[in-house]
Design a protein around this ligand. Structure first.
Ligand code: GRG
Length: 293
């Protein structure tokens, strides 16, 4: 399969969904909606929503049943980036190749744009055009848990508290799995649930999602060292500057690359019971550690 074409096609579907489903940029209050649009349409890879659509397809489901939730994941992801860049959190001025939301629109608008995107996510899921109401409720609960205090926010809290400290490896792993991995895992699980997957299929996809979720953050750590600000669209070398523990800083660059590669292999093995419908998921797993941004 041609992954580049697949990613471009799905990103197009997601972008159209976001435009159709969310309030327009010029809708009142414009100061809020333009800040939301500014960050949403700043050129993100759309990885999480694409995973929702790909997992749904793998389970034999239709895009129409998963697109609202796919867009919800992008809303939550974008909110997390906006809030992460705020002075009180990571204090970063550059995101997705342009000034961070608070730099462009001010701190108050950035906080509120993040809040509104998080809230919009659950409205989108609730409005999923599908007869399978049980799947919609289950997806909403999965998203809430993954984004909440025992998921992404929990990981972010420990990340902040660990800055400038020598943390043991299990704490680093907790941060990576929660801050980044949980949302990626939930994207895969929700796609499968909305696509009507059987429990055994959801379990297999769970193994895939866990492995790529951690691999994604290890790759992010590696890119922070080896990538450039220009290509990444965010400040390269920021982890070291902020005294953040990372895979390369704790176990070395070679070992980090080895572990990321092993996780990708493990994720692909988890898909062994699926036919070629899972080829996009297999290709996305490889892309996660070969990407340059
Ligand atoms: C809610 C404040 C708050 C934080 C939650 C997700 C997160 C924790 C913070 C965002 C910053 C960060 C470094 C997160 C790790 C996940 C990650 C590598 C995000 C970047 O994701 P990409 O590469 O970005 O998919 P694009 O721009 O392509 O969507």
């Amino acid at each position: 399969m041609n992954l580049e074409r697949y990613l471009a096609e799905k990103a197009g579907i997601v972008n159209k969904g976001l435009k159709d489903l969310l309030p327009k940029e010029d809708e009142y209050p414009q100061s809020l909606h333009r800040a939301m649009h500014y960050s949403l349409f700043a050129g993100g890879k759309r990885l999480r929503p694409i995973l929702v659509l790909a997992a749904c397809e793998t389970a034999g489901g239709k895009t129409e049943e998963a697109i609202n939730t796919a867009c919800a994941f992008e809303c939550i992801h974008t909110y997390s980036l906006i809030h992460d860049d705020l002075p009180a959190i990571d204090n970063d001025d550059l995101r997705r190749g342009r000034p961070a939301c608070h730099k462009a629109w001010g701190e108050a608008a950035a906080i509120l744009a993040g809040d509104a995107l998080l809230t919009a996510a659950f409205e989108l899921i609730a409005k999923t055009p599908s007869a399978n109401k049980e799947a919609i409720i289950r997806a909403a609960a999965e998203v809430a848990r993954a984004a909440g205090s025992t998921g992404m926010i929990g990981g972010q809290m420990i990340d902040i508290e660990s800055e400038g400290k020598d943390i043991p490896f299990p704490v680093l792993e907790y941060i990576h799995i929660h801050k980044t991995g949980e949302l990626i895992l939930a994207a895969v699980r929700c796609g499968a649930i909305l696509g009507g997957a059987k429990e055994a299929e959801i379990e297999a996809l769970d193994g895939y999602g866990k492995a790529i979720g951690l691999a994604f953050q290890i790759a992010d750590d590696i890119l922070d060292v080896e990538g450039s600000t220009e290509v990444l669209g965010k400040t390269a070398g920021a982890d070291e500057k902020k005294g953040k523990a990372t895979y390369p800083s704790l176990i070395g660059m070679d070992e980090s690359k080895k572990r990321a590669g092993e996780l990708v292999e493990k994720s692909i093995q988890s898909l062994s019971s699926f036919d070629k419908k899972a080829d996009p998921l297999r290709a996305i797993a490889r892309y996660i550690i070969s990407r340059r941004k």
